[in-house]
Design a binder for this molecule. Sequence first.
Ligand SMILES: O=C(O)CCC(=O)C(=O)O
Ligand SMILES: [Fe+2]
Length: 354
Amino acid sequence: MAVVPKNLEWSLPVPSVQELASQKLDTVSLRYIRDDRDDIVTVQPCGETLHVPLVDMTNLVKPESQVEELRKFHSACKDWGVFQLINHGVPHESLKNTGKQAHEFFELPLNEKQRWAHKPGSLQGYGQAFVVSEEQKLEWSDMIFLEVLPIHDRNLEFWPEKPQQFREMLEMHGEYMKQVTISITRLIAKGLGIEDQKLCKAYEKGRYGVRINFYPPCPEPDRVVGASAHADISGISLLLDYGKMPGLQVLKDEKWVFVEPVDGAIVVIIGQMTEIMSNGIYKAVDHRAVVNKSKERLSVVTFCYPDSSVDIGPVKELTDSGIRPLYKTVTQEEYYQKFFNRKLEVSFIDGFKN
Ligand SMILES: O=C(O)CCC(=O)C(=O)O
Ligand SMILES: [Fe+2]
């Protein structure tokens, strides 16, 4: 009998989707079929109506455009829970190299990738996350997840040695994403009208984990999902999209809207910690990834969390004036306990509501 994981802190081994895709079959096996997925309308890319907001960091420092751009930022976090950030200060070369190293890793033979596979009790490494039963439906993707910062959280047992520059890329990428996070945190504080020092410090000493998602082409793209609908549990997540066509969708006004890749932009996703901390003013956006019949797609997502000693709850300044705290305050240990012991079909954040 297969061993069943006790909770979501580790995952059952599953076949590599990339290997399945290389067999060039006409149909996919039942374990991936999600005919329930199209219950919500999808807004087609390049449509006229809905576009994920674009925030330009240079406009946020220029005195003549600062106020208007901050208003745009605030409404993006409030009404969408996602935006594309441009002129963020991360060199284009570095973003390109991150994609190059990530691609080269997935191009390695399976046995080389499997040297860095998940082990029981750890979510780090190569494989798929949160597979807890033989019956569970699977996603059409492979991934590798690694804790990058703080340095003492790194577990090099899972850090690929090939391609040669992979580790160096990850270290650099982590540092850049931390800088971007601190800038965004300052804006969040400004947008909410709260003091920024404490929040920025929390992210200076924060935790940064990188997940690289690889979505191979799929013979039946409309019947599978690359990443199931979810909201991230992070403070914020920073996503780099290396697809030649859109794949990420966000839920807006009960419709799925494609996030169309903008060259050099970072997709900023508001996570559930920020929703709680902002007392529900900023929204953790539901999102998912769909796949394509002929093209592969790769994304590099950095999950950014405040220092683990920081409790998760509505910021006091937001509830001091008699406004009711919509969420309970919990330690991060309690927060993760809840997350790893949750039922996959139940809303995680609702468990914190007052
Ligand atoms: O690859 C994507 O577009 C979405 C990935 C994602 O949401 C995640 O890794 O949490
Ligand atoms: Fe996500």
